[in-house]
Design a protein around this ligand. Sequence first.
Ligand code: MN
Length: 500
Amino acid sequence: MVTLGEILKQRSSWSKEEEKLIEKAYNYAQKAHEDEERFSGEPYFNHLTETAKNLVDLDADAMTVAAGLLHDVIEDAKMKPNEVRKLFGDEILFLIDGVTKLGKLRYRGMERHAESLRKPLIATAKDIRVIMIKLADRLHNMQTLEHVPARKRKRIAQETLQIYAPIANRLGMGQVKGKLEDLAFPYIHPKKYKEVKELRQKKSKENIEDLTKVSKRLKKELAKEKIRILKSDYRIKHLYSLFKKLEKYDMNIERVYDIAALRIIVENVSDCYKTLGIIHGLWKPLPGRIKDYIASPKINGYQSLHTTVFTGDGSIVEIQIRTSEMHEEAEYGVAAHSTYKEHGSIPKVDETLSWVSKLIPFYNSEDDLDKNDTETPDWLKEISVLQQDVEKPEEFIKNLKEDFFEDRVFVFTPKGDVIDLPKGATPIDFAYSIHSEIGNHLSGAKIDGKLSSIDKPLENGDIVEIITSKKVMATRKWLESSKTTLARRKIKSVLQSNEK
Ligand code: MN
């Protein structure tokens, strides 16, 4: 069992008050879950301390760690919200509530809807800390999945793979993403899991032998050039991510060069590029494999230089170069930012943008996150246009909050795709969220198969069908009946161009 001392010891920088808060939460949770057990037969409380430990690993702040310890006291230990509020305050109650709500979202027909269901999940969470707790909770549930009844395992593993790992990825939490995927992998593809594991074991050994030679030579050369290496190690590719790559290359392991990669951490950006230059002076790079994620970071914020070189004795290795800030960001993502700790949820415009921009869309493999070969998604363009449109930052944040975080309604297209809209949104908003042309020529709408007026507020679960006509154009009246910034902006621009 993880003791209080172990949780506190992990972080030396906590103040006395912060330590007291965690201690109070620890004791309260222990008492609250006294009579409960996990499927494994161990005390339920273990789940809370493990979740808290995962949160400390994620670099969460004290309040989040305390909420992590308490995250099941209302749902499972049947504690009264009012009591929790009295003892721990509104903010912790809000976090626990958020986690409880997330637990209630159901993902039926997940294979089809996974993509669109991550968005409701984030909208429901409202606060990045709720998602951190949920990820820490899920991590421990995955670590103990073998004790869960067999019929449930696969569903939980699938949910992890399709909902939670991509969210961790989107938030730039590389460590959590890798762990979640590798824990889910054997439950989804048991045979492939074994196969890939054996392949990796064999190959990474060879790989590391090659890398050790390269590393020795490189260190000498960097010392000559007075470039200080803060840290260097080998990162072994996570199993699931290796599996995804192998699938792309017809399971041919010889085409994967980064099963193990040499990772070098230097002091600053200029040293990153100098190091890259020195590497290319020593060994010939593979054409097309030099990736500058410093100049063009991945959408989730990942920065690093990657290169793959011929070592001269027949082998090919990958080297990654970055600063320690970039490294922190790659491992912990949003959790590495201090801002959320100071402000809870929504701080400055830049910060808001950067974390909202991490939310959607989601991609499944890390390669898909490569900005260079993926077009900027429409919604991201919308956000940057939206930002230009509004002069006042407060107004921008207000719009953004309304669009993304206020109460949402989730409705469906006739094909079953989920569209999420702010509460009070109408078929007008729905039409514009599909395509601006569909919005502009909206002539009628059917809700659940019945004709409906286009200004009727939509309700959760409505299936909305849009009827268009080339003869129809947006009118001023539509402005009163639309909720989303997107629709209103498009309508305004149509009206403006008509007046010219
Ligand atoms: Mn839990």
